[in-house]
Design a protein around this ligand. Structure first.
Ligand SMILES: Nc1ncnc2c1ncn2[C@@H]1O[C@H](COP(=O)(O)OP(=O)(O)OP(=O)(O)O)[C@@H](O)[C@H]1O
Ligand SMILES: [Mg+2]
Length: 260
């Protein structure tokens, strides 16, 4: 067997050379990091859950015509993706105040924001991913104004879709982060959603109990991370092979007077 070529190893994932030019294999590790890797742990099962949850979301985005790098999941921990030129800017969309926004601006966590807020963070481990403005993004050539527009339009569409998806399963989408990349096809280039969308990159609160179902459980030493991610996967209808798949399509519900 031929050894696969490892292109990049990050904190949560490994990228391998893909089977065809222009493709990569994205491998989800069990490593959890926070505060720019100052905090690190291995949480068994996290990679498998994120692979499945991210597959579920990216498949839906592709179906909706929101372009992404995702091609298909290939096994429990890996997916086939299109290689893109990652734009070194993380786009964060916030619907409810939490995390660094609450800390910086003194807004109580849980405050519903007057409108969705989009923020940019420069991807730099050595600087701790600092918050930047559009001015920085264009002045330093990380993305041009058209690309910023495209990224913001994608982020808003992803926010609308994800908010509805999670609302339907009793979860509030507090905020999330996406990465975008340039996908080159022949003479054309377009901006697509890359990386992953999972409870590692979203804040998800149970609507009934306000319980956190995301990486804040790790950041804040709350425990129960795998249980929380499993609950998200369960509600999304993503089942283990040995579990009974949820029936799809309309379900006939007996009306009250027929129940005895
Ligand atoms: N389609 C893609 N093509 C090329 N690179 C990608 C693609 N999707 C994601 N990436 C990059 O692959 C890496 C995934 O690894 P991981 O998420 O572990 O990185 P990380 O430790 O968070 O570090 P980074 O600061 O580089 O994001 C990231 O650098 C991400 O930007
Ligand atoms: Mg990452």
């Amino acid at each position: 067997m031929k050894q696969r070529r490892r292109i990049y190893e990050g904190k949560a994932k490994i990228l391998y050379e893909g089977p065809e030019p222009g493709t990569l294999i994205q491998h989800f590790k069990d490593d959890a990091t926070a505060y720019n890797a100052a905090k690190h742990d291995v949480i068994e099962g996290k990679g498998v859950l994120n692979n499945r949850i991210s597959e579920h979301i990216f498949t839906a985005l592709n179906r909706m015509g929101i372009p992404t790098h995702f091609i298909k999941r290939v096994n429990m921990r890996e997916q086939l993706i299109r290689e893109v030129e990652i734009i070194p800017v993380e786009i964060v969309v916030r619907n409810i105040a939490a995390g660094s926004l609450s800390q910086r601006l003194g807004i109580d966590e849980g405050t519903v924001l007057p409108r969705s807020i989009i923020e940019f963070y420069y991807k730099s481990d050595s600087l701790g991913d600092p918050l930047v403005s559009e001015e920085h993004v264009t002045a330093f050539g990380w993305a041009n104004p058209q690309e910023i527009d495209d990224m913001m339009a994608l982020a808003i569409r992803v926010n609308d879709f994800l908010s509805g998806l999670f609302l339907g399963i009793g979860i509030q989408l507090v905020d999330f982060k996406i990465e975008c990349g340039r996908l080159f096809e022949n003479d054309m280039m377009r901006i697509v959603v890359a990386d992953e969308i999972s409870p590692d990159s979203c804040r998800l609160w149970d609507i009934g109990s306000n319980e956190k179902l995301d990486k804040d459980r790790f950041r804040r030493d709350m425990g129960g991370l795998v249980e929380a991610y499993t609950e998200v996967a369960r509600r999304l209808g993503i089942m283990n092979e040995n579990e009974r798949p949820r029936a799809s399509g309309p379900v006939l519900v007996a009306s009250k007077d027929k129940l005895h």
